[in-house]
Design a protein around this ligand. Structure first.
Ligand SMILES: C[S@@+](CC[C@H](N)C(=O)[O-])C[C@H]1O[C@@H](n2cnc3c(N)ncnc32)[C@H](O)[C@@H]1O
Length: 442
């Protein structure tokens, strides 16, 4: 791996566009050379009014800041609402269209809606899509309850015998019977399972009708309470952020005498919805799509005013496996979902996936607008040696090929103990530092 050289401002900083100078002082920018290219960089510490309003004083608060709706589910690999808020606030205006083509649990699209922009999210995994849709469609608690009341859930029709033993590890029979009947009915209303095929690669969906959106809202709520250790969690006490391995969970539960709770599932869903909407909901409705970041809809040509996104970083996370139980809930096998997610240790394959995504990002962005791409450095083994891959360099290289200007890289170089993501990733898991690549379409 080539080592970057650092220079004191050899690139004319006057080339930086005014909109970036709103957030960074010229004196805080340095130039760095990498593989014969130079680019400008700064530190997130030095940005004006950065993503926790006054982060220098307390960065640890960054993760908990935000609207309750953001807590619908915790999911590994997410960025904090405060980060999305920062870029949306500074680089778009009311009424603008903001896209996150790797939307995860919908943080950026929902924050865009809260800021009176139209938030669009695309993600390849079913739980990410369902969570994004559940947040951005501005379904009111009262109308969601009306819809729920209108459904007849016939519990006598459930057949627990056919449920995979791995799933049974997590739930009491009584709770599981309710989950089965509720999920079947809601998935039917969303029109989900039948149209999507992770094996053939036919993956595109969005909730068109109000009924589909209502079903998606409740599916998002159940996805969020399916596992965890709160009083409304449907499983035995376990992680909320990721679906734990069944064998490990079984042994752990036995050793610690953990009980599978008997819940009134509908009651838990209603309580959760009530809490998520305790601070109201966004005034503006957004859109959620199940699909690939590398194949955005043809009709989206020059549609967006801003992109804020964070693609996967090589193999730093395994989104399909980490959400296997949530994917079961939504009718999918994580092994099939995994085939379609971008998750590779190969530099070449990863670079190609990033090129294809950046080409699409360039196409759908309006001229003169920006994309902020957040990626982490990752550890990789090369024989005996451990090398650090700067994922941001892949983004820089591939973005240049698509026509983007690379203005600045913001190193989110916060000490591990103060990092917003320190709770779910640490250096043992391969992550060193996040970098935000600031791109512009001329
Ligand atoms: C770093 S996470 C994004 C997290 C998001 N910013 C949040 O706050 O929840 C990357 C996301 O990319 C999704 N993903 C992986 N491959 C994809 C692809 N080819 N197209 C679209 N999404 C993909 C994963 O499901 C995951 O949600």
């Amino acid at each position: 791996m080539l080592k970057p050289k650092i220079h004191e401002q050899r690139i004319p900083i006057s080339l930086l566009k005014d909109d970036l100078l709103k957030i960074v002082n010229k004196a805080d920018i340095k130039a760095e050379e990498f593989e014969e290219n130079e680019f400008l960089y700064t530190s997130s510490y030095l940005l004006s009014d950065t993503w926790r309003k006054n982060p220098a004083k307390d960065r640890t608060l960054a993760r908990s800041w935000g609207h309750p709706m953001h807590t619908m589910a915790s999911r590994s690999g997410s960025f904090p609402p405060a980060l999305a808020d920062y870029f949306i606030n500074n680089f778009s205006k009311v009424g603008d269209l903001v896209l996150d083509p790797y939307s995860g649990k919908g943080t950026a699209p929902y924050q865009a809606c809260l800021l009176d922009r139209v938030g669009f999210g695309v993600d390849i995994t079913p739980e990410a899509y369902v969570l994004t849709g559940a947040k951005v469609h501005t379904i009111k608690h009262e109308e969601a309850i009306e819809y729920l009341k209108s459904i007849r859930f016939d519990i006598s029709r459930t057949n627990i015998k056919d449920v995979h033993p791995d799933v049974k590890v997590f739930f009491s029979i009584k709770t599981l019977a309710q989950i089965l009947v509720i999920k079947e009915r809601l998935l039917d209303d969303l029109g989900f399972e039948t149209k999507i095929n992770y094996i053939s690669g036919n993956i595109f969906h969005y909730a068109k009708t109000k009924t589909e959106q209502l079903a998606q809202y409740w599916l998002g709520i159940i996805t969020g309470i399916l596992h965890g250790s709160s009083s409304y969690s449907l499983s035995l006490p376990c992680s909320h952020s990721f679906s734990m391995a069944p064998n490990y969970t079984k042994n752990y539960a036995k050793k610690h005498n953990l009980k599978k709770p008997e819940r009134n599932v509908i009651q838990c869903m209603i309580e959760r919805s009530f809490y998520l909407q305790s601070a109201g909901i966004a005034r503006i409705s957004g859109k959620a799509y199940l699909g690939k970041a590398q194949e955005l809809p043809k009709s989206w040509e020059e549609k967006f005013d801003l992109i804020v996104t964070s693609p996967p970083y090589f193999t730093a996370q395994s989104y399909a496996w980490d959400n296997w139980l949530r994917e079961w809930l939504l009718g999918f096998d994580f092994k099939d979902v995994r085939k379609q997610t971008t998750q590779t240790a190969s530099y070449e394959k990863y670079s190609l996936a990033m090129y294809e995504f950046l080409k699409e990002a360039y196409r759908v962005l309006k001229p003169g607008k920006r994309a902020f791409v957040i990626v982490g450095d990752v550890n990789k083994r090369s024989g005996e040696e451990k090398v650090i891959i700067r994922t941001s360099n892949v983004i820089v290289k591939e973005a240049q090929k698509t026509g983007f200007e690379i203005d600045l890289i913001i190193n989110d170089d916060i000490p591990p103990t103060k990092r917003y993501n320190s709770s779910f990733l640490n250096t043992n898991q391969g992550l060193q530092i996040d970098r935000i690549v600031c791109l512009r379409k001329e």
